[in-house]
Design a protein around this ligand. Structure first.
Ligand code: IFM
Length: 485
């Protein structure tokens, strides 16, 4: 059994894994079939926002509204992945990854969200899938990573129950075209985030702040999650591994033992970690902890929905970045709880203000695996944003490297305790557009210079490559220098 440093409160996790010290584990400890990947998403990386027939999405619209995004940035060019995917996949291959997770932009395939297919958009994903396979990278396709076609938002978007059918039609188009080559499908990316941040907090597209909109969107996303799974399974009954992904955070009370904070922590857990998970298992919504969800049941739940929300996924994607510390709040209806920011607690944190707490991933894997009938788990996102400096064509990023090592170690810890966890995907392959935060926070294993689109594999990426036994990775400046010799 490996011993990992946990419960630390040192300034930076790098202190635990100095670059020179050997790790207490190796790739082989995870088993030969373990999926080693990195992840990305369409709006955050592709750019090409109006290219080859793509229709607008709610993120194209939201980023046009002044003041919604830091420095008024947008994803119109982003990391230019649409044009540079071959370069990026070469780098991914060089890192030694076995798998690459990306999302499709619904409005690239269906500019109006439904109806006529944009052949050139679908062709692009066809080429991308082939490009992965040519490099021995298994493609993991996420159908929805937050960029709803604007035309569907004009009809109410996620608050309109018809979205369940629209989404199912889109899923079928993707399955028919790519199902012969894509074996791993994720239906939704983090429904709590696009529903909550987009419809209750108003900080993500479509920028709504309305409890009714939140409850409607939540219920329709829950239905679409299961319906999308059914659509894929009906068309790909033998070949596809069908999953969906959940954001989650290990939660602890601000004042352990304080009854109010303990109860607030249970409510926050119901909202942040259980809400979209339990209906898939037939357990319904966590109404006992969150009585406000009765409105959802009264207004939006139709006869038969309890069954419609169920789907037996082949895997759940666990997406974890931090833990949260929870305090009772009399001001926030729905959960009557607030999250105490890491900065206020004086603990080490990333550029997102998230506490550096890699053991959260271990706790969440244990929590999800404890459900009877839980499917196989994979960590489909895990990572950290720290400021980067390019020095002599390299990016030394010890804090990100240490976070990555610690997170992977925590996954092994869970696996060694019997949890069926089958993969780890670092977020993210390259730096990209971090939603409301714009291009400030950098999560990539590969640095992107947004002026020139030059890529440099960071030291964290080089560490990942050594750990995975990938072939040497040359960054663009190094390749250019080699060509000059
Ligand atoms: O960048 C996001 C991603 O789109 C969804 N999961 C969390 C990441 C970091 O915030």
């Amino acid at each position: 059994m490996i011993k990992l440093p946990i419960n630390y409160h040192e300034p930076l996790p790098a202190a635990f894994y100095p670059a020179s010290a050997p790790l207490p584990f190796s790739r082989a400890d995870f088993g030969a079939d373990f999926h080693w990947g990195a992840a990305a998403a369409a709006y955050q990386t592709e750019g090409a926002w109006q290219h080859q027939g793509k229709g607008p999405s709610i993120w194209d619209d939201f980023t046009r509204r002044k003041g919604t995004i830091r420095r008024n940035e947008h994803g119109r060019v982003a990391a230019d992945f649409y044009n540079r995917y071959e370069t990026d996949l070469d780098l991914a291959r060089g890192l030694g990854l076995t798998d690459f997770r990306f999302s499709a932009a619904w409005s690239r395939v269906l500019p109006e969200g439904l109806g006529a297919v944009n052949r050139r958009g679908l062709d692009y994903y066809d080429r991308l899938v082939d490009a992965c396979l040519e490099r021995d990278l298994r493609p993991w396709l996420t159908l929805y990573h937050w960029d709803l076609p604007s035309a569907l938002q004009a009809r109410g978007g996620w608050t309109n129950r018809s979205i369940v059918g629209w989404f199912s039609d889109y899923a079928q188009i993707m399955a028919r075209r790519l199902g012969d080559r894509v074996q791993h499908w994720a239906v939704l990316n983090e429904p709590m985030v696009f529903v909550g941040a987009g419809h209750l907090l108003g900080v993500h597209a479509p920028g709504r702040r309305h409890l009714g909109a939140f409850l409607a969107a939540a219920h329709h996303a829950t239905l679409a999650q299961a319906e999308g799974g059914r659509a894929l399974r009906a068309l790909l009954p033998d070949s596809a591994q069908i999953g969906t992904t959940f954001s989650c955070s290990h939660l602890t009370p601000h004042r352990p033992g304080n009854r109010n904070d303990e109860a607030a922590t249970r409510r926050a857990d119901a909202l942040l970690n259980r809400f979209f998970v339990e209906p898939t298992l037939g357990l319904g919504y966590p109404v006992a902890e969150l009585p406000a969800l009765r409105w959802l049941l009264e207004r939006y739940l139709k006869p038969g929905d309890d069954q419609r929300m169920k789907f037996s996924f082949d895997f759940w994607g666990v997406q974890n970045y931090t833990r949260e510390v929870v305090k009772f709040s009399p001001w926030l209806p729905l959960q009557w709880a607030t999250l105490v920011p890491a900065k206020q607690r004086g603990v080490p944190h990333t550029d997102m203000g998230w506490e550096v707490f890699p053991e959260s991933i271990y706790h969440m894997l244990k929590q999800f695996a404890a459900y009877p009938n839980a499917p196989r788990l994979l960590v489909t996102e895990s990572g950290s944003a720290f400021p980067d400096v390019v020095q002599d064509g390299r990016v030394p990023d010890p804090a990100r490297r240490a976070y990555l090592q610690a997170a992977i170690g925590q996954v092994l810890r869970a696996q060694q305790e019997g949890i069926d966890v089958g993969g780890y995907f670092a977020w993210s392959l390259t730096d990209n557009f971090e939603w409301a935060e714009g291009y400030g926070p950098r999560f990539g294993l590969i640095h992107v210079d947004y002026e020139t689109q030059e890529r440099i594999v960071k030291d964290s990426g080089r560490w990942y490559q050594q750990f995975l036994g990938g072939t040497a990775v040359a960054s663009e400046p190094e390749r250019a220098a080699a060509e000059r010799v």
